[in-house]
Design a protein around this ligand. Sequence first.
Ligand code: NDP
Length: 502
Amino acid sequence: MTVLVTPKALANQTVRDFKMLIDGKWISGNAAPIERVAPSHGVVVSRFQAGSKADALRAIAAARKAFDTGPWPRMTASERSAILLKAADLIAARADELAYLDAIEAGKPISQVKGEIAGSVDIWRYAAALARDLHGESYNTLGDGTLGVVLREAIGVVSIITPWNFPFLIVGQKLPFALAAGCTCVVKPSELTSGSTIVLGEILQEAGVPDGVVNIVTGTGAEVGAIMTAHPDVDMVSFTGSTGVGKLTMTNAAQTLKKVSLELGGKNPQIVFPDADLDAFIDAAVFGAYFNAGECCNAGSRLILHKSIASDVVARVAALAKHVKVGDPLDPTTQVGAIITPQHFDKIAGYVAAAKSAGAEVAHGGGALDLGMGQFMAPTILSQVTPGMTVAREEVFGPVLSVLTFDTAEEAIEIANSIDYGLSAGVWSKDFDTCLTIGRRIRAGTVWMNTFMDGASELPFGGYKQSGLGRELGRHAVEDYTETKTLNMHIGSRTNWWMPRT
Ligand code: NDP
């Protein structure tokens, strides 16, 4: 554990003040700003405007006007695509600044965030390419008297609400696709990690996105987010966050029957058979559980191990977990950073305590790591976990791995599918029949085989069950932000229904 930048040194750096972007203007809110304390260093690093309902209403009105009368939806796809490509280049040019903001506000390792920014650049470019391929269908097969044309039209004003765990990456899974379709947007980042999203606003202005097309309102979910999910002038809500707030979003949106896209929580299993490449799996288990300090919807937080290998695997995972480098997110060699807030740390610790009371054993870690600053947690492994325990069913959202065991493949599938979540899963076996059988039976949006948490802009991402609704990324991502319209055209004289033709 190293500390590269001391809290005192960080506190001496200028705290960055951010504004909100509404209708092309950078504005301040009326309330005292929200101060973000770096979770790693315990000192204030950013100040965000505490946006109000009135700010959210102004942003929605600006997005509505930009959609109904502005140039963005009326441009050619090629023009929109060129602007998105320019945005991608500008993101790449400001990658270090964006990475620093996410690292310091979210407590994420700087080397990891640099990878996320590079991934975002790829997604923005992918969305730019998809913009030009968005098209409908034609039906020339409906008889001599009919031609059918199916149009894809931008859905309208989209509210985009994002969480704190991947601040820049997640806005990039939504916004470029909405823009590619010709939509206008109001974006609300998490009040804890708004910095990189606000810099994105500057980038989009520079890239040539017209005023009012992207509005960024900072502030709390209760004040700003609630109105963004309920207002009648919003046509669609794209939300990533907890399952609880996702349900609230759907309830709010239901009042005006908005389209809703939800990316929510996960409790993702990795099922391991005795014939698996265990060397590869041990590394993937540690990566899956502790990447982003486990504050990751895709975390592989449940190991479901064949009984014959369980004790050996637990010992090997624990041995490797000892080497995971937890520390200062600004140190380029750090692998795991800080826990987002002291309150969230307490929640994670509460899950560990409850699991111990229920009979689980701590095979590694289990508590805080003292760096003399911020809040850090040791990579933790809980063995002797049974499927009914809370820690086996609920999302901990911290570096806590629960180990369960099985005798038969049927039992493994039953345990994997027995919870409310269905975001992702992993299966490990050298027998591809085993992998495919399990892969087809698991109810999850992504199943990795002999790997874990790989991804690509081309591959759809989203959840079954209470992990969400809809998919992001992939070649249909732009279509999600469209309405379908049928043009039914008659050719020649029409046969009347009532009045006979003379
Ligand atoms: P929250 O659900 O608390 O917050 C997500 C966003 O919703 C934040 O911007 C938040 O604002 C906002 N929000 C809060 N209350 C409301 C409301 N009443 N109306 C509208 N918006 C609201 O999640 P966290 O930020 O705590 O993120 C962690 C959770 O997100 C985890 O459960 C995780 O699994 C899930 N997640 C899922 C992902 C997926 O792709 N499936 C990816 C990443 C995270 P604010 O906090 O500023 O008040």
